[in-house]
Design a protein around this ligand. Structure first.
Ligand SMILES: NC(=O)c1ccc[n+]([C@@H]2O[C@H](COP(=O)([O-])OP(=O)(O)OC[C@H]3O[C@@H](n4cnc5c(N)ncnc54)[C@H](O)[C@@H]3O)[C@@H](O)[C@H]2O)c1
Length: 298
């Protein structure tokens, strides 16, 4: 049976861990050859050893646009072209807010999360044009859609990723290059440990704890896994999404459906909070109102 990415060549940034690594594994299962671009040399070389012939590691710091270009050009040279770019590398970035603005932190975070996405698309386009088309996928975040999930600089960069994706589609559609974003919710990966200052090993361990404990945060009742996002990336990379461009796919277990009380019967709603009554009080009052005889009209 033919696989969904047979004959395709992909570059994945941030491929050494979490969402990127799960996507690499799935792309290889589905027949792709993949360049894994990451700053983590040991983990990247390990991927190469596990998938001889199918995976090449490219040492790449996406804050250095020339290194992104080298990874992309290297993939085309090694595997004969480029069909898919998954711009996914990321970290939490600066925690600084509006009042305690941190110029260097802001620039570095934007360079990592937004400029790298723009540069990657730009360097991929000439290769994809030679192939007659391609698919670019960018990792955004639910923090691009709503406040309350991540620091301001990260959230603004991820919102930039969404709008860049739309704007780029206006230019690239003519070349049959599709460009879309994925909006992950809480996915149990090393990113959270990294934000708390842990090293790679500690962060990986912390990700396992997050996977065990974070299910109750999501309406769907389980934790999000890197594989959940990999499946979305496979759809956007494959011909199954051939009519999809300039948009995003939210994969968040329903957490952005609405506020918690919309899906959790135990959570107090805003009306109860405003009136200072408990959920039980409200139920008792409703039951009383329903059993009271209707007032007779005169
Ligand atoms: N985990 C979540 O809940 C979540 C939610 C929304 C969005 N995201 C986004 O998903 C993407 C992947 O993150 P993850 O959750 O898999 O975390 P992760 O820490 O497991 O993986 C991130 C990878 O990016 C690499 N990386 C970091 N900085 C880099 C750089 N300068 N150059 C090259 N590689 C670099 C890391 O080495 C690592 O392999 C990120 O863009 C992140 O912002 C994650």
């Amino acid at each position: 049976m033919s696989k969904r990415l047979d004959g395709k060549v992909a570059v994945i940034t941030g491929a050494a861990s979490g969402i990127g690594r799960a996507t690499l594994e799935l792309f290889v299962e589905e027949g792709a050859q993949v360049v894994a671009a990451d700053v983590q040399e040991d983990a990247g070389r390990e991927l190469e050893r596990r998938h001889p012939g199918a995976v090449r590691f490219a040492p790449c710091d996406v804050m250095q646009p020339e290194q992104i270009r080298a990874a992309i050009d290297g993939a085309a040279a090694a595997f004969g072209g480029l069909d898919i770019l998954f711009s996914n590398a990321g970290r939490g970035g600066t925690f600084a807010g509006v009042e305690n603005f941190d110029l260097a932190g802001w620039d570095a975070t934007q360079a990592l999360l937004l400029r790298a996405v723009v540069a990657g698309a730009s360097y991929a386009v000439p290769h994809m044009k030679r192939r007659g088309g391609g698919s670019i996928i960018n990792t955004s975040s639910i923090s691009a859609l709503q406040a309350g999930y991540a620091p301001i600089c990260y959230s603004v960069a991820k919102a930039g990723v969404l709008h860049f994706t739309r704007m780029a589609a206006t230019e690239l559609s003519a070349h049959r290059i599709r460009i879309n974003a994925i909006v992950p919710g809480f996915i149990a990966t090393s990113i959270f440990g990294g934000m708390l200052g842990m090293d790679h090993a500690q962060s990986a361990e912390f990700a396992r704890a997050v996977a065990e404990k974070s299910g109750s945060a999501n309406p769907i009742g389980r934790s999000g896994t890197p594989r959940d996002i990999a499946e979305a990336a496979l759809f956007l990379a494959s011909d199954a999404s051939g009519f999809v461009t300039g948009t995003h796919l939210t994969v968040d277990g329903g957490i952005t459906i609405g506020p918690r009380h919309a899906w959790d019967p135990q959570a107090p709603g805003p009306m109860q909070t405003a009136l200072g009554i408990s959920r039980e009080d409200a139920q008792r009052m409703r039951a009383g109102a329903q059993s009271a005889p209707a007032t007779k009209a005169r």
